[in-house]
Design a protein around this ligand. Structure first.
Ligand SMILES: CC(C)(COP(=O)(O)OP(=O)(O)OC[C@H]1O[C@@H](n2cnc3c(N)ncnc32)[C@H](O)[C@@H]1OP(=O)(O)O)[C@@H](O)C(=O)NCCC(=O)NCCS
Length: 298
């Protein structure tokens, strides 16, 4: 009575099993993206409450957050204990990184004080070395060269003859985060700010905003600026939030004895470029990882 039944037409292309698996995967991805968005929202609220130095605002916005708030301990004292814990872990060979990715669509709108002027460098010049030396930034010349080779641009804000502030800008490609082994793609209408630095004697006077407004004027087609900040860097986080940045993703990683990396939180909602073993949450960071990072580090 005929041979064994052939594959059903839908099975020949992977069949309903595959279709279901794909739809499950899609669902899971969606749930995971949703969680990431919720995390981002929760982060934003927590930071706003921290900024306002009171938990009331958060509890009003999200009454269910009381436990979360208590757990995270939103006080400067607790955050500095967190820094202490990280230092203690470091002594044990455990390096914890806890970073936020931030995005800003607007601009501060401040009028730059007339004494400041901005210069941009799109290729290596001796002056770049000189500025970094003046600010004691300690970047070796090869690293500066590598940055320009990867297309990064350097901006210097001067007050008269004095160097007041500097920043690097990534306008295309990716912002490679060494600690994560991850390149976050810079959107076509965006730019990524890196290593913004205000001369120590000029900090706390809003120069962060003056510098960023100046840089944005150089890129009129740019609609959003991106940045990433260590959550323990309070002055930087504070300056970013005041300027109008909002946290959109968070990554937390543990590096153990320089041999193992555990990706505890992972910015799944962001478009990524080069990623070392993207599907692994726990991975070895031996020679192959070091090679991968050294080829992309800027
Ligand atoms: C982080 C940094 C860029 C902020 O720039 P800034 O021009 O000082 O920023 P603002 O003037 O907006 O001040 C930001 C916060 O830092 C405080 N602050 C930072 N340095 C200060 C200083 N030396 N004296 C007084 N306040 C200072 C400000 O009071 C403000 O805190 P608040 O929001 O609680 O009032 C600058 O402090 C800096 O260059 N730090 C070292 C490098 C660094 O961490 N870069 C960030 C990489 S993501």
């Amino acid at each position: 009575m005929g041979g064994p039944p052939g594959p059903r037409p839908d099975e020949a292309n992977g069949g309903p099993g595959l279709a279901k698996r794909e739809s499950d995967l899609g669902d899971r991805r969606e749930i995971s993206n949703q969680r990431e968005i919720e995390n981002g929202e929760s982060c934003r609220l927590l930071l706003a409450a921290y900024e306002a130095k009171e938990a009331g605002a958060l509890l009003q916005a999200r009454p269910g957050c009381a436990d979360e708030l208590q757990m995270r301990g939103l006080s400067r004292r607790l955050l500095s204990v967190n820094e202490g814990v990280r230092e203690a872990l470091r002594c044990l060979g455990i390096v914890a990184t806890d970073g936020l990715v931030l995005q800003c669509r607007g601009r501060s709108g401040s009028t730059p004080p007339p004494e400041y002027s901005l210069a941009g460098y799109r290729a290596f010049e001796h002056e770049v070395v000189e500025v970094n030396r003046l600010l004691r930034r300690g970047f070796p010349e090869e690293r500066l060269l590598a940055r320009f080779r990867h297309g990064l641009k350097f901006f210097v804000l001067r007050a008269g003859e004095d160097v007041a502030a500097t920043t690097w800008i990534v306008t295309e490609g990716e912002r490679f985060v060494d600690e994560e082994g991850v390149g976050l793609l810079v959107p076509a209408d965006g730019l990524w700010v890196r290593d913004i630095f205000i001369a120590p004697q000029r900090r706390g006077r809003g120069l962060f905003a003056v510098l960023l407004d100046g840089v944005r004027e150089q890129f009129p087609k740019v609609h959003s600026i991106w940045s990433d900040v260590d959550r323990d860097n309070h002055p930087s986080l504070s300056a970013h939030l005041r300027y109008g940045f909002e946290p959109v993703a968070r990554f937390t990683t543990l590096h153990l004895a320089g041999q193992l990396m555990i990706r505890l939180r992972w910015p799944v909602s962001l478009p990524m470029g080069s990623v070392f073993k993207p599907h692994r949450r726990v991975l070895l960071t031996g020679a192959a990882y070091r090679q991968f990072v050294s080829e992309r580090r800027t």
